[in-house]
Design a protein around this ligand. Structure first.
Ligand SMILES: NC(=O)c1ccc[n+]([C@@H]2O[C@H](COP(=O)([O-])OP(=O)(O)OC[C@H]3O[C@@H](n4cnc5c(N)ncnc54)[C@H](O)[C@@H]3O)[C@@H](O)[C@H]2O)c1
Length: 450
């Protein structure tokens, strides 16, 4: 019996409910969730490490096609002292064999973007009821529809593991939004503003930098992600920016994205980086990149809000997701860690350091699990996203971020590509919920459980 069950039971006994039959009074220990991980590259290894730290998870299988990545995963597992999972490798379809394992309660997919949709659908077809996929759901609009339809058909949960939704300051602001501090929300901003030049290029040996190779000669994300910058122009990575703000305005749960238009700048950053670090004679100096250095997207919502998203990965710049949450009574901006609430802020019309507010409104989940989250990646938010996935499986309930969230957020990419291709035309969002957005209620982070 774990501590929480014990507390619950003593609470019940004290309240006079001790007449329950013994089997019910002593709730079974936490079930152990059996997971497989497809893709144990840099991100898959982070999930692996966090999963191995949990007593309620057994990693029963892993799959990858890169022996170096499998070796790295191996050493993480050995250090943990947990049993070695079954390893599936050898070819790009080895994951299908992993899915034949009967004991799997769920799978985590952390492969390149183009593999997500086929692997999610393959998992659902194999009878897996909980699929946690890394961002983003698929490549094309058809991929997103196919995943939604497959999840509905198999009555299964597909959760996109959007960790930024669980960032401590973001959750505190969500808490403030829900308590009405900002009044009615009017405008939100976010994005992916992250200098990825040493992720898109490396020396084929290390994941970050050291050279200007990509594709077959690159390692980790340089092996696959950079090609997307060669061939595509749009907001290629919208979910870290959109997920948190979508939760604040109840997208798919009383609200929906209606339309967007996107604008792309010229493309200079990646070429300059190659020339500077590899020389003009390097073969990659001839590569023409299609992705604009900064892609700006404006989204309109059914309830009258606008959202401004930026994708900014090719230029020198400090990291910032650029959040701004603004309503009829106040505003928060993460770039200057500041906030202003009319009537409550100390000085009229002046920015106030957000820290004391963020502490005061710390989300109940962080209050409860903050210490467990220490050491998990990205400032602790990686703990929470895995926690939510695992707890949903244990409770056999819907995941708090579901397939409709994943599809709506991910759809921004093909829609922004289309808008740019059409000369910045406004394009309509599909409604993946088929009208249900009007009736659905937000279930994300409503309490301190998961
Ligand atoms: N949420 C976050 O904070 C975060 C951070 C980093 C990456 N990501 C996402 O995680 C995913 C993986 O990114 P990464 O950084 O780990 O990249 P990576 O290149 O380091 O890892 C991808 C792994 O997938 C493996 N793989 C490729 N095809 C495969 C196949 N057919 N079968 C099995 N394995 C296959 C590769 O060999 C590699 O080991 C991407 O969607 C990325 O956007 C998310």
């Amino acid at each position: 019996m774990n501590r929480r069950t014990f507390v619950k039971n003593t609470g019940l006994a004290a309240a006079g409910f001790a007449i329950l039959p013994a089997a019910q009074a002593f709730t079974a220990p936490d079930p152990v969730v059996k997971l497989g991980i497809i893709g144990v590259g840099m991100r898959g290894q982070a999930h692996l490490g966090n999963a191995l730290r949990r007593k309620d998870v057994n990693i029963v299988a892993i799959c990858d096609i890169d022996d170096r990545m499998l070796e790295m995963a191996n050493s993480i597992i050995q250090k943990s002292g947990k049993p070695m999972p079954k390893v599936f490798k050898g070819d790009v379809n080895a994951w299908k064999k992993l899915l034949e394992l009967k004991e799997l309660d769920g799978v985590i997919i952390a492969t390149p973007w183009e593999w997500h949709a086929p692997m999610i659908i393959g998992s659902l077809e194999a009878g897996i009821k909980y699929v946690g996929t890394e961002v983003i759901l698929g490549i094309t609009m058809q991929d997103h529809w196919d995943v939604v339809k497959a999840a509905e058909h198999h009555n299964a949960q597909v959760m996109m593991l959007e960790n930024v939704c669980y960032r401590r300051d973001v959750m505190a602001v969500l808490n403030m939004v829900r308590q009405g501090l900002f009044g009615e929300l009017i405008h939100l901003q976010g994005g992916y503003q992250h200098d990825l030049r040493n992720v898109k290029f490396n020396n084929g040996q290390q994941p970050y930098g050291g050279g200007v190779e990509f594709g077959e000669k690159g390692f980790s994300e340089a092996r696959w992600r950079t090609e997307h910058s060669v061939h595509r122009n749009g907001d290629l990575y919208p979910t870290h920016g959109i997920g948190p703000v979508a939760e604040m305005i109840n997208i798919n749960r009383g609200n929906r994205f209606v339309s967007l238009s996107s604008f792309a700048t010229k493309t200079r950053g990646l070429h300059e980086y190659i020339v500077k670090n590899g020389g003009e004679q390097h073969p990659n100096a001839k590569v023409q990149f299609k992705l604009g250095d900064i892609v700006t997207t404006t989204i309109s919502c059914a309830n009258g809000e606008t959202i401004l998203l930026q994708h900014d990965t090719n230029l020198p710049r400090p990291y910032s997701l650029g959040f701004r949450v603004q309503g009829t009574r106040g505003i928060w901006m993460d770039v200057n860690h500041s906030l202003y609430i009319e009537g409550l802020s100390k000085t009229n019309d002046a920015w106030e350091d957000a820290n004391s507010w963020l502490e005061q409104y710390d989300h109940p989940l962080w209050k409860k699990y903050g210490s467990s989250a220490e050491g998990a990646g990205h400032g602790g938010m990686d703990f929470f996203v895995l926690h939510a996935f695992v707890e949903s499986i244990k409770r056999k309930t819907a995941t708090p971020l579901d397939v409709y969230d994943a599809a709506a957020w991910s759809a921004i990419t093909p829609l922004s590509e289309k808008s740019i291709e059409l000369g910045n035309q406004t394009v309509e969002f599909p409604d993946f919920t088929s009208g249900q957005w009007m009736y659905r209620r937000n279930t994300f982070a409503l309490n301190d459980e998961y």
